[in-house]
Design a protein around this ligand. Sequence first.
Ligand code: TMP
Length: 238
Amino acid sequence: MEKREKLYEGKAKILYATDDPNLIIQYFKDDATAFNAQKKGTIVEKGIYNNRISSHIFKLLAQEGVASHFVQHLSDREMLVKRVNIIPVEVVIRNRIAGSLAKRFGLAEGGVLSRPILEFYYKDDALGDPMINEDHIAVFELASQKEMEEIKKISLSVNTFLKSWFQEIRISLVDFKLEFGRYDHQVLLADEITPDGCRLWDIETEEKLDKDRFRRDLGQIEEAYREVWRRISEHSAK
Ligand code: TMP
């Protein structure tokens, strides 16, 4: 398998073609952005940790019957994935109050929700990823009704699995963002599952182990990503 031309460069990853038209390489950068790229920075070795963390999680999800674009962890920063067409709907799944939910309702962070909340955002950087509902998605044909049923079902089962799996490594899965793609008439989980797009709090201390350390200038950002990977790798070695 040969790496070919750059197809797309996003905020945290670069996509490269390969000699197989159905497969591409996701290259994980150390670049970090927040607030729709108004804040920019570097988190040293984030790309390496995110590639490891996401590869590990996609493998576990495959064992649970959740199909994703993941094919193989290729190198420190490279992951081989199926070339999907990304559906422009970002799904946020929330288990506890934090971030924009806390702000919208004027609530303190940390409260546990009686059941998970699903939210949808239109994936459009120029518009700042506005929140949308299923009517917007249907009327503007961002995804079909059938795809949305699949996306909601997968999102909730990923949440059920990840919540209890993170608990085993003493992490509370507060909320996270998923993206999906179309591949061969199927909806596949795509993008990445990493501390860039999840809120991960230590169960005992509630210390933040995710990109909020960067967004909020909390320091020890590199350490947080490394700590998440340390817990995952130690857990899987058992
Ligand atoms: P929010 O509370 O800021 O809406 O974020 C909810 C979750 O979604 C949080 O885990 C971070 C993730 N997220 C992204 O991955 N990308 C984004 O652009 C935003 C705004 C949030």
